[in-house]
Design a protein around this ligand. Structure first.
Ligand code: GLN
Length: 247
């Protein structure tokens, strides 16, 4: 091995360049991954396996032209502090308000929530949910479970929970996609998707494919979707209004 190839190999280990699948369902899309802290690299790998290009987002300018944004798992207080330091909270809210799709996993779920049971850290309010942090217990209660997820077919998802939150309560426009121990752990509202677990840590790409599908649906029928959201806001019962945790 030459010194040059040795260095290349080290670069790859530190930050592997994902292999793009040009025929994948995400081909042609550019999806940002908030890269302040947490497992953003695993999300990039999964999205690129599905054909999307990815961009690590660390400043407001990185959001320009993105089709979607993933907020990864990690530690929500740290992500909040770094979003403050990098002046990113306002631009991410603007991105979502302009119709950009957002996928929050674990700490990302907490970050996009309307609020937390604990009242901290401050959240972005992109989805009408209240998150309970470390709800399943702390590190020792990290666990895996097979969950059926609405819309992903009958085969269960292997869900990896790491100091995971759950959704304590959800507004009537929030569609519950999965529960675990009777608690909401995957949900969708408009163009925002959340999971309390870590789909990027398994080989199952279906939740990222769902996110890509949400982006494409938004782009194909922005007008129709706005109509549907307005109808829900006006008080039409959401499909999952009777599910656990709904106010
Ligand atoms: N417990 C962490 C928090 O409150 C989330 C853990 C995770 O993202 N795996 O931010």
């Amino acid at each position: 091995m030459t010194p040059e190839s040795g260095k290349k190999r080290l670069d790859w280990i530190l930050s592997p360049e994902p292999a793009l699948d040009l025929d994948g369902p995400g081909a042609g899309l550019v999806v940002g991954v908030l890269a302040l802290q947490g497992d953003f690299r695993e999300h990039r790998l999964m999205l690129e396996r599905l054909g999307a290009r990815t961009r690590e987002v660390r400043k407001a300018a990185d959001l320009a032209g993105l089709d979607g944004l993933v907020i990864p798992g990690g530690e929500s207080t740290t992500i909040h502090k770094l979003m403050g330091a990098y002046d990113l909270a306002g631009p991410i809210k603007d991105f979502a308000a302009a119709g950009g799709a957002v996928f929050g996993t674990c700490a990302g779920l907490i970050t996009v929530a309307r609020d937390t049971v604990e009242g901290a850290p401050p959240t972005l309010g992109l989805m009408d949910i209240v998150a309970r942090r470390n709800a399943f217990g702390r590190q020792v209660r990290s666990f895996e479970a097979d969950l059926e997820v609405e819309g992903l077919g009958p085969a269960p998802i292997r869900a990896v929970f790491i100091r995971a939150p759950w959704v304590e309560s959800a507004g009537h426009c929030v569609e519950v996609l999965a529960t675990c121990e009777g608690r909401i752990v995957a949900a969708r509202e408009g163009d925002v998707l959340v999971t309390a677990f870590h789909p990027e840590l398994t080989d199952d790409t279906r939740l990222h494919e769902l996110f890509i599908h949400m982006i494409r649906r938004r782009q194909a029928a922005a007008g129709a979707l706005e109509g549907a959201t307005a109808a829900c806001d006006a008080g039409e019962p959401g499909r999952a209004a009777a599910a656990a945790g709904h106010r």
